[in-house]
Write a protein that binds this ligand. Structure first.
Ligand code: ADP
Ligand code: MG
Length: 336
């Protein structure tokens, strides 16, 4: 016989590799959990590019001891209870895989305290095994400390990039999360140095907090709607053309990768940009959750729309009209 059943530990390590690909995916999963917990302030600390240590602290709803003892086990979630729920998701998470994956490939301490309890509880999990649990005195919220990512999977540890590159990728993920929820106070430190301290703000202010190099006179605000779709965000005038891809798109606050959306944006700029020039755009598309599906990939970046043409036309025309209006105004002023 050539076929044998895989050892559950091997299955876990393979599955964890789908969710955790590097420091950036740990940051993404932990911050999304904090956002799902209704945090108003989230602090991310990276040590050694996050390869030595990643800490995410929040002031969200926290977990009771019983939940804490479940949260790192496979397929445990408080966010859905049946399959249909994923078509009306209000949360980032739903698979109940992230903490389990992270805990099975690193050394994790989790402490958590709901606001209505006087003390918190702490657990340590190393390579998926509970080492200890104990009550702990702490502020309400949750603190997750992830040490030595992939320490028990040397073949994967080898594929982590340099500390500088891991930190840069994690910073990009952090920026997108901060853009998706500008009302939340976000802090990022790297080896104890503050990289970002972004107090709660409106969306335009958050864009300015992050893209400090973009002159405010060169950006336009987009605010349009059609039926149940709504588009909000900022775009750059063609004068701030960039040399590499600079478009960030969110669908219902979730950062997504979608060729359809990219094409719609580029198509709106087609009269103004030459080949190899890229527009600047940070856009938020809102639509009823039954009109799109993000359930395509464990990293949940790809998105499929029920009516692609409707979405494409709406995005392209919203941007195109705004560009046309502004450029016509500028030309008129120049003539006068
Ligand atoms: P998912 O987010 O898909 O539900 P996770 O493995 O990321 O799965 O988390 C498992 C569960 O642990 C969550 O459903 C939530 O109940 C709880 N949890 C995780 N992180 C936090 C946090 N920062 N604050 C409160 N609860 C949390
Ligand atoms: Mg999660």
């Amino acid at each position: 016989m050539k076929i044998k059943k895989l050892d559950p530990q091997v299955v876990t390590k393979i599955a964890a590799g789908e969710v955790v690909t590097g420091v950036h995916s740990v940051v993404k999963e932990l911050v999304e959990n904090s956002l799902d917990a209704g945090a108003k302030k989230i602090v991310v600390e990276l040590v050694g590019g996050g390869k030595s240590q990643i800490v995410v602290s929040d002031d969200g709803e926290g977990m009771e001891k019983e939940d804490l003892l479940l949260c790192y086990q496979p397929h445990t979630t408080s966010k859905i209870s049946n399959f249909e729920d994923i078509y009306k998701l209000e949360t980032f998470g739903f698979r109940g895989e992230a903490l389990h994956s992270i805990c099975s490939v690193s050394k994790v301490t989790i402490r958590s305290r709901p606001v209505y309890l006087p003390v918190g509880h702490e657990i340590e999990v190393v390579a998926g095994h509970l080492v200890y649990e104990r009550p702990v005195s702490m502020d309400h919220g949750t603190v997750i400390i992830v040490k030595d990512l992939f320490f028990n999977v040397p073949a994967r540890r080898k594929f982590l990039k340099s500390s500088a590159v891991e930190a840069r990728m994690a910073t990009e993920v952090f920026e997108r999360l901060a853009l998706s929820k500008p009302q939340v106070h976000f802090v990022l430190t790297r080896d104890q140095q503050v990289v970002y301290n972004l107090p709660s703000a409106d969306f335009l202010t958050r864009v300015k907090q992050i893209f400090t190099d973009i002159p405010i006179s060169q950006i336009l605000q987009i605010d349009s709607s059609e039926g149940s779709m709504k588009l909000e965000g900022v775009i750059g005038l063609p004068s701030i053309v960039r040399t590499s891809r600079s478009t960030i798109v969110f669908v219902n606050e979730r950062f997504v990768v979608s060729q359809l959306l990219i094409n719609a944006i580029y198509s709106a700029y087609s009269d103004y940009l030459e080949h190899g020039q890229h527009p600047f755009a940070v856009l938020k598309l809102w639509l009823p959750s039954k009109e799109f599906d993000v359930n395509v990939h464990p990293q949940k970046l790809e998105v499929k729309f029920t009516n692609e043409e409707k979405v494409f036309t709406f995005i392209r025309d919203s941007i195109k009209n705004q560009l046309k209006k502004t450029i016509a105004k500028v030309l008129h002023v120049e003539k006068v």
